[in-house]
Design a protein around this ligand. Sequence first.
Ligand code: AMP
Ligand code: MG
Length: 328
Amino acid sequence: MLCIGLEGTAHTLGIGIIDSDGKTYANVRSEYVPKSGGIHPREAAQHHVDVLAAKLLETLEKSDLTLKDIELIAFSRGPGLGPCLRITATAARTLALLLDIPLVGVNHCVAHIELGRLITGFKDPLVVYVSGGNTIVSAYEAGRYRVFGETLDIALGNMLDTFARAAGLTHPGGPKIEKLAKNSARNFISLPYSVKGMDLTFSGLLTAAVNILKEGVQLEDLCFSLQEVSFAMLTEVTERALAHTEKSEVLLTGGVAANKRLQEMLHIISEEEHDAKFLAISPDLAGDNGVMIAWTGLIQFMQGDILDVKNSQILPKWGLSAFEFTRT
Ligand code: AMP
Ligand code: MG
């Protein structure tokens, strides 16, 4: 069965096609990059409107398929920015009605995890999901992805991007910080380390880093220290969740999963300390994409989880653990 997935929770408009055997036919993306500051929801939504039709045609061209071949349509129903979600939801409903095929509403966080499981072959991992909008340590138990630890304020990716902007680096900041950190002399600059029980906070760390930046320190050293502190915080919480759940696999997913230093830290606590296998999703599928929506849509469809168009409203605050989901 062939499914097309539409992703549009935030900055990325993604369209992907996958079949029920897990074969990807196309993975097309377009990212809204703010001219200044962070994501403006209305501008991001306008970006999605502007590119959607062309990206849909590109997806079909790349996959060598026509719309008539598509048997199922999935869209990111939430969580995310309302104006952005509405664009892809409207497009998905239109296609479902036009093609007379079933419609499935997918939880964006579950989609990152499920694509990660497909790519890595992991059966039941502890999941570290870190992106521009989310920072969650989770594992599946009794019909839901339970949250063991998460950020209490901003996401790790958002913190990196905001710091990068203050340092005059362009969006997305995460990869630029990684590069600068790699080239640093590794002079550690002390920064606040903030773990609260199993949860994390990044806003104080961000403020401190921005303030130190103004004092005129080496940017490379500050990037190095920011990564060391924020990744160590996340690694501490992950290790505790791993000790508690005793999972034998650890999966890193979301846009920040592309970071080699974060991978290294999680690899050490997983493989060396807890005898668990560690894998990160491949960089091309780490960030938001349509393939993850299509794949999770297929899983939901197999469970009979189909949406009536008239009841397919978006769910901007649809948390990971709020979604009852039967895994295959
Ligand atoms: P997503 O929200 O899943 O699309 O992921 C986007 C986020 O991933 C942004 O905050 C990026 O800065 C971040 N990101 C991407 N590549 C890297 C990297 N190599 N290191 C750290 N963060 C990254
Ligand atoms: Mg995401």
